[in-house]
Design a protein around this ligand. Structure first.
Ligand code: MLT
Length: 241
């Protein structure tokens, strides 16, 4: 396996993705919320590029069984059903529903890799399940959503942890680019628990708007044995076996 890591969406060359398996990470919080939503029984998630597109998509899919979700500056978009906290995505609210989601960084990262051969959605919540599936890939790209084209430590640490898990599952060590090697070193230096997430810049920003508890929900390592996969701009579950 040859593995690359991009720490921001700006580093990505979408033209070079055709033969690659891509994993998208946005630990605080978009991919964590997506994993929580699918684990709670959501039927599918449609990333939208802005709130207006989300509303248009909801109208074309039919408003029944469709929920608008997402944030601006961390808070629920006005008029949307749900924000971007994993705890909001309960079976009572999302089971059987189609979710249309727009967030500042996470959905942008997903929409930037639609040319890839395979796209998986990962968080700490489902890291082991995703590692098992992507360990078979030969050309792997891990895309960290980052924060508005800036490095986000929690995404980088999770990227390194994913690479460590993959190496444990393969006979041969993956060949890493420099960013991937740096991510592995970071994952050896930090424990991705709630305290660590709370101390990151994104974690502090969440605490400032009263959503500090989300760090706890996003830090729950390997609690969901599910693998969300995006195809034609729609994210659904793949069999994790
Ligand atoms: C995003 O996608 O920009 C983030 O998940 C922001 C947030 O924490 O809501």
């Amino acid at each position: 396996m040859r593995a690359r890591v991009h720490f921001t969406v700006a580093e990505l060359d979408p033209a070079g993705l055709q033969d690659r398996t891509v994993v998208v990470l946005d630990i605080l919080r978009a991919t964590s919320s997506m994993v929580a939503a699918l684990a709670a029984g959501a039927r599918a998630i449609y990333p939208a590029s802005n709130p207006e597109e989300a509303v248009r998509l909801a109208s074309s899919l039919g408003r029944e069984d469709t929920l608008l979700c997402g944030e601006r500056k961390g808070l629920k978009v006005e008029g949307f059903h749900l924000g971007n906290s994993p705890a909001e995505f309960t079976p009572e609210k999302v089971a059987g529903k189609r979710l249309i989601m727009n967030t500042t960084n996470g959905t942008r990262a997903l929409l930037s890799v639609t040319t890839a051969e395979r796209v998986y959605v990962a968080a700490l919540l489902n890291l082991a399940a995703v590692a098992r599936v992507v360990a078979r890939a030969e050309e792997l790209t891990i895309l960290c959503a980052g924060r508005e084209d800036r490095f986000a430590l929690e995404d980088a640490v999770c990227a390194g942890l994913l690479l460590e898990r993959i190496s444990e599952l393969r006979d041969e060590e993956p060949e890493l680019d420099d960013a991937a090697s740096a991510a592995v070193v970071l994952s050896e230096s930090f424990t991705p628990d709630a305290e660590f997430l709370a101390e990151t810049i994104a974690g502090q920003a969440l605490a400032e708007i009263g959503l500090g508890g989300d760090a706890q929900d996003c830090a729950r390592l390997d609690v969901h044995d599910i693998v969300p996969v995006m195809s034609e701009r729609m994210i659904r579950l793949e069999d994790a076996s």
